[in-house]
Design a protein around this ligand. Structure first.
Ligand code: GRF
Length: 194
């Protein structure tokens, strides 16, 4: 099986990044963590990278709130290529990627979203599912395109919504499912490219 080089991008807590790095360390995910990059200077995801001795960097995002400045996005492409990245893994990265990244890594960027897409795109999707009175929600791993939480679906994992669930209890169970699903999907992609 070929070992895929991963570039993990995130803006926050990094619990999915931790799950991926733990799976690599445990030998259940035959991938290499090449680099972790964040647009937030003090994001815990960078501390997690350091804990696992993975090269990491803060990328100042520029003046926009929801995307990277084009020159910054081109710099991101350079950083990922220099690090030997085959697959870009979004793990709570809060910016929409545009042409520089999408053209540099066609069908080589994946994201995880806390709902059963196409339902409940956008922020706090588990809260949306709860408010809508759903009995089942879950998480989705999908290829990234130029729209938010959109793109071909690779895999989904269902999570039941229990009668007494709060947003917090539901979110916690969705995250447990994410931490199982994301490394497993990346392992499948590794197998496909071997
Ligand atoms: C996850 O819930 C993921 O579905 C969403 O962002 C969150 C990131 O969480 N895209 P973490 O930083 O991995 O803990």
């Amino acid at each position: 099986m070929k070992s895929l080089g991963l570039g993990i991008l995130g803006s926050g807590r990094g619990s999915n990044c931790r799950a991926i790095l733990e799976a690599i360390r445990a030998g259940t995910l035959p991938a290499r963590a090449c680099v972790v990059i964040s647009d937030v200077i003090d994001a815990p995801i960078l501390d997690i990278a350091r804990e696992f001795s993975v090269p990491n960097a803060y990328l100042p995002p520029g003046q926009f709130r929801t995307r990277l400045e084009p020159n910054v996005e081109s710099e991101l492409v350079r950083m990922l290529r220099d690090a030997g990245v085959d697959l870009v893994v979004l793990a709570g990265f809060m910016r929409v990627l545009k042409a520089p990244m999408l053209e540099a890594f066609p069908r080589r960027i994946i994201n995880i979203h806390p709902s059963l897409l196409p339902k409940f795109q956008g922020l706090q999707a588990w809260k949306q599912a709860l408010a809508a009175g759903e009995t089942v929600t879950g998480c989705t791993v999908h290829y990234v395109d130029d729209k938010i939480d959109h793109g071909d679906i690779i895999a989904q994992r269902q999570v039941p919504i229990l009668p007494n669930d709060s947003a917090e209890t539901l979110h916690a169970r969705v995250q447990i499912a994410e931490h199982e699903l994301y490394p497993a999907v990346i392992a499948q992609l590794c197998a496909k490219t071997s």
